[in-house]
Design a protein around this ligand. Structure first.
Ligand SMILES: NC(=O)c1ccc[n+]([C@@H]2O[C@H](COP(=O)([O-])OP(=O)(O)OC[C@H]3O[C@@H](n4cnc5c(N)ncnc54)[C@H](O)[C@@H]3O)[C@@H](O)[C@H]2O)c1
Length: 387
């Protein structure tokens, strides 16, 4: 990110059902964030991060916070593999051994992985202690911190073990995004693309404009992503803060996307596909399935494919993972049980038009034959061979 001039300290009020919390945004403001956290009068800070973010941005925060209260740094190597019960258990034991109490505060610094791990830690310690997020990826800043869902993965798939826990506040320092690789910056835009396709198609033009620029790392892009992320999520989460009903539309692209992300990161660790890239592929697959059952036309599918390509995600299967392993994870998707499906079906969000889910409004899921999923995922493999 070359020059980001978000110099003002601004605050947005986030509302999800009965839950409200402030979302502060500033530039080069880790000191100010630390100062603000001190007002919470915590007896200890439990800083959940990963080793990359700790190295890049952690020291400054720890230095500031530890002037006033002890800081326990809970840091793991980056990547989806650490979103596990084993790492969570290690964090819990280390926090307790360090003397964490009900008056302690969990502070997450990083992307969605430390965010989710820290969210689980805060929810479980003494049945719930305070949680503050400092997101340092676009996915976290625009998406995961705007959700009450916290989870870790199981050996069978993504986000199988989780709960709901709200942060007391979110603080984003836009300057921390400067160190993100371009690919990770774009990852957040993929979630934005999902919001546009499934909830607010009127924002597609602006998304295309941002993608047409040479770099997505501009002040305008960040501001737009934040405003658009809040607008789209607020639309559904004000009334469905737990994302169990109408809010399930946010799962668009996630059934197959999560499976590809899970398998690829299991194979390649943190060098695997990013969350946003995987969701883009999941949306292409979902659109092709909608076409196969006759509810979306070629233009809508081409729009999905074009958007994915513009996001830097050619609609192809990433290397090193097989159709069978992806399908096994799809079959274990964590939406199982929301909708009665047979063992030959998966519950998915599909669209019947841009911004209009195919399933019922109060729970937009449909049962999709796994053979259709298989065909659409096989299509990605075929496309990778052709290119
Ligand atoms: N509702 C929710 O809670 C929700 C929503 C969306 C995503 N998620 C979860 O979030 C995770 C994906 O989030 P993510 O993409 O942020 O993943 P991540 O936390 O793994 O971060 C991605 C990579 O960026 C690096 N990184 C983070 N900040 C950096 C910085 N400022 N500079 C340089 N490198 C930096 C990390 O070290 C990591 O390698 C998934 O596990 C997904 O399931 C949860």
């Amino acid at each position: 990110m070359s020059q980001v001039a978000v110099t003002q300290w601004s605050m947005r009020d986030i509302e999800m059902g009965d839950v409200r919390f402030p979302y502060y945004v500033g530039y080069d403001c880790l000191d100010r964030i630390a100062h603000s956290l001190l007002a919470a009068d915590a007896d200890r800070f439990l800083l959940v991060t990963d080793t990359t973010v700790e190295r890049l941005h952690g020291d400054r925060l720890v230095e500031e916070l530890s002037r006033h209260a002890p800081v326990t740094v809970l840091s793991k190597p980056p990547g989806e593999a650490t979103k596990s019960l084993a790492c969570l258990s290690e964090h819990l034991e280390r926090a307790l051994a360090a003397g964490a109490s009900r008056a302690s505060m969990v502070v997450t610094l990083g992307g969605g992985v430390p965010g989710n791990l820290g969210g689980m830690l805060a929810a479980l310690l003494y049945r719930g202690i305070r949680l503050v997020h400092i997101p340092t990826t676009t996915v976290a800043a625009m998406d995961s911190v705007l959700s009450l869902k916290q989870a870790v993965n199981s050996p069978f798939g993504k986000n199988h073990i989780g709960c709901y826990h709200a942060p007391t506040a979110v603080y984003a320092d836009v300057a921390t995004l400067l160190t993100l690789p371009e690919r990770e910056l774009r990852s957040g835009l993929c979630e934005m693309a999902k919001n546009c396709l499934a909830i607010r198609p009127q924002a597609l033009t602006e998304l295309h404009e941002i993608l047409g620029e040479s770099s997505v790392a501009s002040e305008e892009a960040f501001e737009w992503m934040l405003e658009e992320g809040i607008a789209a999520k607020s639309l559904v989460m004000r009334r469905d803060p737990h994302e169990r009903h109408a809010g399930l539309v946010l799962e668009y692209g996630h059934t197959v996307g999560h499976a590809i992300e899970y398998c690829h990161q299991r194979r390649w660790g943190s060098h695997g596909i990013s969350h946003g890239e995987a969701i883009s592929l999941g949306m292409v697959v979902a659109a092709r399935i909608s076409r196969a059952i006759g509810v979306l036309d070629d233009d809508a599918v081409a729009l999905h494919e074009g958007l994915a390509a513009a996001l830097g995600v050619p609609p192809e299967m990433p290397d090193g993972i097989s159709l069978d392993e992806v399908l096994a994870v799809v079959a274990a998707d964590n939406k199982r049980g929301y909708l009665k499906v047979t063992q030959h079906e998966a519950a998915m969000v599909l669209l019947r038009a841009l911004g209009v889910p195919l399933g019922p409004v109060d729970r937009p899921l449909v049962a999709v034959d796994l053979e259709l999923v298989e065909d659409a995922v096989a299509g990605l493999i075929l496309d990778s061979r052709v290119s």
